[in-house]
Design a protein around this ligand. Structure first.
Ligand code: PMP
Length: 406
């Protein structure tokens, strides 16, 4: 049984007071909170077992190595990868995408090739490709979205041709909440011989993922958006593809033999994991996924569905509200503005009521340009949010609207 009040007890931060008011944390799209057990496991490893991984023969080193590799198993099972060699630990979604842009870019991209992204991508899934285009002379093409936040799939189909080598697409938009038809996109891209990278930063914590069923070539996500620590993330890649890609960072761990004449590289996934990884962060990520599994992702998704439906219905009724993104089946994100009020003022006044929302361009400048605004306010939900918190947000917005009307 999903019991949100029980779940809230696992997250001590949720009992904090902000300016004497109960915290209403609605900035989960930026980062989620961590349950106690994630912090406790990390504490335990720092305080009792800390020792560098993959290097020592002694007890502590083996303990950390085993836990690091166990976390890889947990991630592999969670996204249903075919093997652990397909799970590369990175610093987060941004680093995962940059890794692909550099190494896949190096091996597979030639002048005149095309990379396709969508207009609703986070900057992390735009800028690395632009940098690749500058290096390689390839061309970036953009799939537009419709005003309701749905991707224009006709425009997408029209962009598919044999020059396209890679499609980068967010599974869920961090601004519009749109859940994109990634399976359809992957199949269409494969039909013209293109590979697909799925940015799952806003999907991993809400939607069950199966990389084999999706048949995506790459998938990226961050630990801190799925109740895990900061500074750690994952790149999933198909083994056959990763094997054809050169390493990115050089250093310890990614080598087999180092000779001044010629160095040979380690096997997957270590080929892409140069240097000491954030192994305690990785262990924390494994624990976070175990926590999500213990609650049940299906149950979480059902609860979050209720939250988003309720939030959309309630926020829509606020006088002067402008909602951005209303695609059917959208995920846990509501972005909006209030007529005549700057988004920073709105965010600041909500903060004074203890309500944490995100304001600004939300790392998605092209989405702001689409709607001709300089910024928005975004409320984003996680498993521990309640309908009462949405009521608090709406009450806050109504109050602000009244103040500004006077
Ligand atoms: N893509 C999307 C869709 C995101 O929401 C985010 C984080 N806001 C990122 C990429 C980047 O994630 P990180 O900063 O953890 O690398």
């Amino acid at each position: 049984m999903f019991d949100v009040h029980q779940i809230r007890q696992d997250f001590p931060i949720l009992t904090e007071k902000i300016y004497g008011k109960p915290l209403v944390y609605l900035d989960n799209g930026a980062t989620t909170q961590r349950p106690k057990r994630v912090v406790e496991v990390m504490d335990e490893y720092y305080l009792r077992y800390n020792s560098n991984v993959h290097r020592g023969v002694h007890f502590l080193s083996n303990k950390c190595t085993d836990a690091n590799e166990r976390a890889r198993e947990i991630v592999k099972d969670y996204i249903h990868a075919a093997g652990t060699e397909e799970v590369i630990f990175t610093r987060g979604t941004t680093e995962s995408i940059n890794l692909v842009a550099y190494t896949f870019g190096e091996a597979f991209i030639r002048e005149g090739d095309e990379i396709v992204v969508t207009e609703m991508e986070h900057h992390a899934n735009i800028v690395p490709w632009q940098m690749l285009c500058e290096r390689k002379g390839c061309v970036l093409k953009v799939v537009p979205f419709k005003d309701n936040g749905e991707l224009d799939m006709e425009a997408f189909a029209a962009l598919m041709n044999e020059r396209v080598k890679l499609v980068g697409v967010a599974y869920v938009s961090n601004v519009l909440g749109t859940v994109n038809p990634v399976k359809q996109i992957i199949d269409a891209a494969h039909a013209v011989g293109a590979y697909v990278l799925v940015d799952a930063a806003q999907a991993i914590q809400h939607i069950p993922l199966d990389v084999q069923e999706l048949d995506c070539d790459f998938l990226a996500f961050s630990g801190h958006k799925i109740y895990g620590p900061t500074g750690v993330g994952v790149l999933y890649g198909k083994k056959a593809l990763l094997e054809q890609m050169p390493p990115w960072h050089g250093g310890g761990e990614m080598i087999k033999e180092v000779r001044f004449e010629k160095t040979t590289y380690n096997e997957l996934p270590f080929k892409f994991e140069a240097g000491t990884p954030d192994f305690i962060g990785i262990i924390g990520l494994g624990e976070a996924i175990e926590y999500v599994k213990s609650v049940g992702l299906e149950a979480i998704a059902a609860h979050e569905h209720e939250l988003i439906e309720y939030a959309m219905g309630q926020i829509r009724q606020i006088p002067g509200i402008i909602l951005y993104g209303d695609a059917p089946g959208k995920s846990s994100v509501v972005s909006f503005g209030l007529k005549g009020i700057h988004h920073f003022d709105l965010g600041t006044l909500l903060d004074k009521m203890g309500i944490a929302v995100r304001t600004g361009q939300l790392c998605a400048d092209p989405v702001m340009q689409h709607y001709g605004v300089t910024g928005m306010v975004r409320a984003s939900f996680a498993m521990y949010n309640t309908l009462e918190e949405i009521d608090a947000l709406c009450a806050g917005l109504k109050k602000i609207e009244q103040i500004f009307k006077m």
